[in-house]
Every structure is written in C-alpha cells, then in structure tokens.
Design a protein around this ligand. Structure first.
Ligand code: CMP
Length: 143
C-alpha cells in the first residue's frame, strides 16, 4: 500500500475547491488518513521546494505558498502516488487534460491548485515535513 502527500494550495483553498478535491480523491477510491488546514511557514516552504531553489520562480513560489492557508493530506492506496499525479494533471495547466484537477480548474502554472508527491522518496520526505506522527491515523475504508 502506497502513501502520498497532497496539498490543496492557497489558490485552491481561496477558490473554495477543498471539497471538490477531497471528493475526487475519495470517489476514486483512495483513503485520506491525515488532513489539516495550516499556513505553511517560510522554512517549511523552502524545504518543500528546495529542488527548485535555483529556479527564477522559487522566491515568488515560497512567498505565494506561505501567503495564505493550505490543506495538507496523506493519501493512501494502491499506486496512490501515480494515481494522484494523474488526477492532478500536468504541472502546467495549459498542458493538463480536461477531467484532471488542473485541466478543470487552473490556467496558470504558478496557481495550479494542487500538489502531489512525485515519487516514493519524495512522498516520505513530504509526509514527514508536514505531519507529525500523532496527526496520522489508520482505519479501514469500506467500498
Ligand atoms: P508543484 O507540482 O507544486 O511543484 C513545483 C511547483 O513550482 C509547481 O507545482 C508550480 O506551482 C511551480 N512552478 C513550476 N514551474 C513554474 C513556473 N514556470 N512559473 C511559476 N511557478 C512554477
């Protein structure tokens, strides 16, 4: 069973898309085992996006992601990492297919509504960065 980290970014929260995104995740059959609304601090944002630290969009990205609350989730299921990435759609909304979250709700790369871990290694790091052990749960999903 795989776990991934999913974030509804500040633009997704501000546009009232939390329910839509949670609903898509649940209806797909994935299990949300942790979820919280929190304003990500600067240090955490820099760590989360450190692979982009040399990119021109890094500073605006840190500023934006810390500017207003996000919703963080741990999402679990078979192939959860790949399935969440395909549900989100391409990073650049112009390339995202209709039916994906970004293809349906985003037009700007810098305001692309959601984030999901891109690999097992990244998922482990991002879950540990955004959640403490006591914030996680286990339960059986009934389908
Ligand atoms: P995300 O999937 O969270 O991972 C890296 C983020 O960097 C990406 O979504 C975008 O929000 C942001 N990003 C990537 N490329 C650009 C870009 N060219 N301009 C602005 N933001 C970008």
């Amino acid at each position: 069973m795989e776990q991934t980290y999913v974030m509804v970014k500040p633009d997704g929260v501000q546009r009232g898309l939390i329910g839509e995104i949670v609903s898509r995740i649940e209806k797909r059959g994935l299990k949300i085992t942790a979820m919280k609304m929190h304003q990500i601090d600067e240090e955490t944002a820099r760590e989360h996006y450190k692979e982009h630290s040399d990119k021109p969009f890094f500073e605006p990205l840190v500023e934006y992601i810390t500017s207003s609350p996000s919703v963080s989730m741990i999402v679990e299921g078979e192939n959860a990492i790949t399935i969440m990435r395909s549900m989100n759609g391409a990073t650049k909304p112009i390339e995202a297919q209709p039916g994906t979250i970004r293809g349906d709700f985003a037009i700007e790369t810098g305001r692309n509504v959601v984030h999901a871990s891109d690999s097992k290694e990244t998922a482990e790091k991002e879950i540990a960065l955004h959640f403490s052990e006591s914030e996680t749960t286990t339960y059986s999903r009934i389908d």
